[in-house]
Design a protein around this ligand. Structure first.
Ligand code: 5GP
Ligand code: ZN
Length: 116
């Protein structure tokens, strides 16, 4: 299910252009419009899930598909060998801006600010 008002749902529908890195029936990955590292890919489920708080038994298949896609996306982005970081921001304190769950894959350099 997609949400008419959601910017990432619009990207899934092709109503907003994106620079696609990977796509299958469940998952879309595209370059972040405002990259914080040489590689900064956003990985999203092709259904409107607001945040980690909304993951359920009914929709967790999408999370499985996302994690199965990560090695492929990392290879496609050229960071498989050197490593990368996967980040999910949830809610106000997590700093989540777009209310459609997404995983940042960042790499292409030695990453600093390691808080966990
Ligand atoms: P958050 O802060 O919610 O974890 O991350 C949202 C991310 O979405 C940000 O890194 C921001 O640059 C990215 N973003 C927001 N709007 C767009 C867009 O229209 N296209 C793309 N490619 N990225 C976007
Ligand atoms: Zn959405």
């Amino acid at each position: 299910m997609l949400d008419d008002e959601c910017i990432f749902c619009k990207i899934i529908k092709g109503e907003i252009p994106s620079s696609k890195v990977y796509e299958d029936d469940y998952v879309l990955a595209f370059n972040d419009i405002n990259p914080v590292a040489p590689v900064h890919v956003l990985i999203i489920p092709k259904t409107h899930i607001v945040s980690a708080n909304e993951i359920t038994e009914e929709n967790s298949e999408y999370m499985k598909k996302i994690y199965e896609a990560i090695p492929k996306i990392a290879k496609e982005a050229g960071v498989f060998e050197d490593g990368y970081r996967i980040v999910n921001n949830c809610g106000e304190n997590g700093g989540q801006e777009v209310k459609h769950i997404h995983f940042h894959l960042i790499g292409g350099m030695k990453l600093g600010l390691k808080i966990v």
